[in-house]
Design a protein around this ligand. Structure first.
Ligand SMILES: *Cc1c(COP(=O)(O)O)cnc(C)c1O
Length: 235
């Protein structure tokens, strides 16, 4: 496909790098999905990137996500919620996203499940694990992940498909690698102990998707690399 738009070129370049990294790591590029994170960028930019072939988009904030979903309802897009979610917003999001990456408490899981039961819906979710124990960040502590996974598996409507991590920011991607290794090891252990595949590892962003793919990411969440710097005030 010939891609004329600037954002489209950036998408194509990013997809090529993802595929090349996967191949170098001995993985099938088809096993690494791209979620294009469009937070703080307008619906028109999402449409432009979609025009170059991308259909999965990620948002961090519920109101912003629902707004763009409505604006772009005519396009065949799938939306991922990658930002922290409060349980009082559960009813607005349950069943509306292809995947919620940021489930991090029993309270939120129960609120989502209740909303799903009312509308007979289902929702794929990942548990976000706060491996660095950063106070300001979402995510369940590593030693609480199994208990939360067990609770989620017992709740109607929720389909637990894996884990997500957002390591502390560092300009050196190699600093992120040990977190990616730990998330994969945690996933392997939980999958075994719970008898669930937990197929997805959501890890890697613009600056560190290469080590994430090398360590087993099945979904990378890339914003800036595709959309450019976020406008002033943006995350
Ligand atoms: C903003 C965000 C991203 C994308 O970050 P970039 O560095 O712009 O690629 C990925 N994941 C989460 C959870 C985010 O909030």
């Amino acid at each position: 496909m010939s891609v004329k738009s600037d954002l489209g070129q950036r998408l194509v370049q990013t997809l090529a790098e993802i595929a090349e990294t996967a191949r170098r790591a001995g993985r099938d590029p088809a096993d690494v999905g791209l979620v294009a994170v469009s937070k703080f960028h307008p619906a028109a930019s999402v449409a432009e990137v979609h025009g170059a072939g991308q259909s999965a988009f990620g948002e961090s904030y519920v109101q912003e996500a629902l707004g763009k979903m409505a604006e772009l309802a005519a396009l065949p897009l799938s939306w991922h919620l990658v930002g922290g979610l409060q349980s009082n917003k559960a009813k607005h999001v349950a069943g509306r996203f292809a995947l919620i990456h940021s489930l991090d408490s029993g309270k939120l899981a129960r609120a989502l499940s209740r909303a799903l039961t009312e509308r007979a819906g289902t929702q794929d979710v990942l548990i976000q694990v706060n491996l660095a124990g950063e106070e300001q960040k979402s995510g369940v502590a590593e030693d609480q992940a199994k208990a939360l996974a067990e609770e989620v598996l017992g709740l109607p409507g929720l389909n637990l498909t894996g884990l997500m991590v957002l390591p502390p920011y560092d300009p050196d991607p190699e600093i992120s690698r040990p977190y990616f290794v730990r998330l994969r090891q945690l996933r392997d252990r939980l999958a075994r102990e719970l008898g669930q595949p937990l197929a997805h590892l959501s890890m890697g962003m613009s600056g560190d998707f290469a080590p994430a793919i090398e360590e087993g990411a099945t979904l990378v969440r890339v914003g800036t690399r595709i959309f450019g710097e976020r406008p002033e005030g943006g995350g």
